[in-house]
Design a protein around this ligand. Sequence first.
Ligand code: P6P
Length: 334
Amino acid sequence: MNVDRKVQTLDEFTIQQMRDFPHATGELASLLRDIGLAAKRVNVEVNKAGLVDILGDAGTINVQGEDVKKLDIYANNQFVGVLKHGISCAGIASEELDDYFAFDDPVSNQSKYVCLFDPLDGSGNIDTNVSIGTIFSVYRRITEKGKPVNLSDFLQPGKEQIAAGYIVYGSSTMLVYATRRGVNGFTLDPSIGEFTMSHPNIKCPEFGKIYSVNHGNFFQYQEGVKGYITACQKKDATNGGPYTQRYIGSMVADVHRSLIKGGIFMYPGTIEKPKGKLRLLYECNPFAFIMEVAGGRATNGKDRILDVMPEKLHQRSPFFVGSTGMMAELESFL
Ligand code: P6P
């Protein structure tokens, strides 16, 4: 009797990982399942955001009698909620929270991991129906188990990440998850309400023909960045130019495209914001980890992003990420 599966769900994938690595405690598998559950709940609200706007004048109480919260606060609460009541995470840091949040209960204090989140990146794009996303990063705690986590558990360099991923709420809803063993993409199948493996073992092409940057800041960029952007617009660009420019203004969508099709995404520092806009810990590091596992690269214009030693939870960093060939091209200008 053939019982081979045609399509593997996220849960089946995590169980398979536990079968393949019997010594694993299953905490990371459980963490990924928790994230998948929260992502499905957020997806429901994101998909009806427009409706809520239409119904918004019904007041601040929704049909379930709950306060209608801002969507990114709602998203934050979903991810914090599943992790606080799970078995794998001792605490989280979030773009929506000023400080880290140690769960500090007997079970959580014994958990192995901490998570950092941007629960709903690009939420300003919701009212124009542009893709938005959740970004997450997982580290092993470095402080002693049995006690609450502290800031040092969160201020680890990106190269210490155990796993990272994102959910893109777009034309379809996709969860992309990376460990050192590889990057896998799961697309939400609404007919069964499960994320199902759709993009196994994602690799970033060595070259692409799409560069992604906010041209509006062009005259504020350093000379090398301006030089590279100009080179992308010329026929003699390394991979046969001129390249196409695509910039959605939603990091998850722009970097996801660069990962799948090849390309380069840049959020450089500017005269007004020398450190750029993107956050190191829960935007740059997770995407740098994912991209490197997939064969790409990520820097801050000088150093490998994953080597940067963080000093503050919400510190910003210039960010360049994408195909190795295009990153090399860029660096020849910096
Ligand atoms: P700008 C969204 O607000 C965000 O944080 C990222 O998702 C996106 O890449 C960036 O800001 C866009 O910023 O300054 O180009 O509008």
